[in-house]
Design a protein around this ligand. Sequence first.
Ligand code: PAF
Length: 308
Amino acid sequence: MTTATRPVVAVDRAGLREALEPIRAHGRSVALVPTMGALHAAHVALVRRAHELADAVVVSIFVNPLQFGPAEDFARYPRDLDADLAVCARESVDVVLAPSVEAMYPVGEPLVRVHAGPVGDVLEGEARPGHFDGVLTVVAKLFGMVGPDVAVFGAKDAQQIALVRAMVRDLDIPVRVDALPTVRDADGLALSSRNRFLDDGGRAAALALPRALQAGTVAAADGAPTAAVVAATRTVLADEPGVAVDYVALVDPESFQPLASQAGGFDAGTGVDRDALLVVAARVGGTRLIDNAPVTMRPPVRVRGSAT
Ligand code: PAF
């Protein structure tokens, strides 16, 4: 008896077509896990989720130059294909798509790109101009190449997921987008390929991010208004000298607009709960980290006749 060797590794469109052909021929559904490699436990969680959602799992490994600015860490972004393939083999991934930049963009930089629109211009998009256009362009290409039934993303990149969902809706791309809650180390740090750039001191400092989100979440649960939730989050970050804050915001999970700027003001005493996302970005040494926590905001019910 021969044992099938998994995963099949495809490095271009032809290889991918060949790898997918038997899967499609048997009418098996496909889940795509798009990654930039340097796979860690959070990617493993995505792959396991993908196995739950579809018959076959495709993992793409591609460090996409389009989503890095000129001063960003494209060159030093961690790459270790052999280690990634070992992870994929352990996790019974069916197909790995690992194209070179030339295979992915055969005519050079694409002339036509997906534009992320206004949600792509705030927070991460403001800090990293063009980032989300690059992300959506490569994700649209991956959807076109693989044709998955479902694609699985991690919730740590919340703005990315909101934009991928918006792209799928607005461009009628027939794929379901699934988001897996952020996977954290035992100490609370959200898993990220960039964590490997942190030395011991940097890692200790980075723990201020989950601590800050926790403080903000507790403030929200206590019924604090938006400004107080943001302030509670900022206070924890300000106490950690190793952390340089880029932004802290309490936003609508779809529009990524600050809750405080919503029409009528969120704290206006409507008494209606609403879901929000507390988002942070900060630099620890040369490493930029992002994290977020979902919160339910509970504005006070304004009692008729009471002082405001
Ligand atoms: O989240 C990532 O790793 C990347 O942004 C993605 C979705 C693989 C696109 O390059």
